[in-house]
Design a protein around this ligand. Structure first.
Ligand SMILES: CC(=O)[C@@H](O)[C@H](O)COP(=O)(O)O
Ligand SMILES: NCC(=O)COP(=O)(O)O
Length: 237
């Protein structure tokens, strides 16, 4: 079974568009768990345009499933994660002004830095994951940092799949094989959707967790959150 962690950044985007507290991010997180999702993901960005640092703190009090915080490990982020102590931290090398995550780590060029940050989080008892492109060299580099897991950056797969090209899965299978060979756990995320999730799941051996936000919230506008979560759970069995 692959766990579904729902990224609730978009719920915060909607709330922030009007000020106030509608929709209530904490209530939505609790409902998502009640509907069956096995985790909650947030990706606070330095400009706090969606999830705010305070949301990440408040969520710790209500999330009873896996809590995953993603982000670039700048000082403020490291401080937040060490205070909140989520189940998992996922390191993403996104620029301050990036619209969304747009690349995985160069785990070779950043080996010393990543090793130090991963060590800091693991010493605090937090499971670690590193966001990487589907490149076996980057996976092998990640293993050298001491991380528990990698998160495969799935945008290229999603794009190819939507163009009818299922061979976009090939580099992900190779990256997963490399991860399995060195004992790294495998997560995946970015632009996964009801359309492309099943083929991905069926082809990636030992896929532990997917984090899905943008498409899942968009699909829920038509089908409802409860329904959509259960549709994902069926495809991830
Ligand atoms: C790492 C990843 O692919 C997602 O967490 C993505 O970064 C979501 O962030 P946004 O909601 O800011 O697009
Ligand atoms: N780690 C990926 C994530 O949390 C959600 O990404 P997306 O589904 O919003 O593209």
């Amino acid at each position: 079974m692959t766990k579904l962690s729902v990224n609730i950044n978009k719920i915060a985007t909607l709330r922030n568009s009007r000020g106030g507290n509608v929709p209530d991010v904490l209530k939505v997180a609790k409902d998502i768990e009640e509907f069956g999702a096995q985790g909650i993901t947030v990706h606070p960005r330095p400009d706090e345009r969606h999830i705010r640092y305070q949301d990440a703190r408040d969520l710790k009090k209500v999330v009873t499933t896996e809590y995953n915080i993603e982000g670039n490990p700048i000082a403020k982020f490291i401080e937040l994660v060490l205070e909140v102590k989520p189940t998992q931290v996922t390191l993403v090398p996104d620029a301050v002004d990036a619209i969304t995550s747009n690349s995985g780590w160069d785990t070779i060029a950043n080996l010393d830095f990543l090793r130090e940050v991963i060590g800091t989080f693991k010493d605090a008892g937090i499971r670690t994951s590193i966001f990487v492109d589907p490149d076996t060299k980057m996976v092998e580099g990640a293993a050298k940092t001491g991380t528990d897991r990698i998160e495969l950056y799935t945008e290229s797969y999603a794009k190819a799949f939507s163009n009818g090209n299922s061979s976009g899965i090939a580099p992900f299978v190779a990256a997963a094989d490399a991860a399995n060979a060195v004992g790294l756990g495998i997560n995946a995320g970015h632009d996964l959707s009801l359309d492309n999730i099943q083929y991905f799941k069926e082809n990636i051996p030992n896929l532990l967790e997917v984090s899905i936000g943008h498409a899942l919230i968009c699909e829920s506008l038509y089908l409802g959150l409860d329904n959509v979560i259960n549709m994902y759970l069926n495809k991830l069995k």
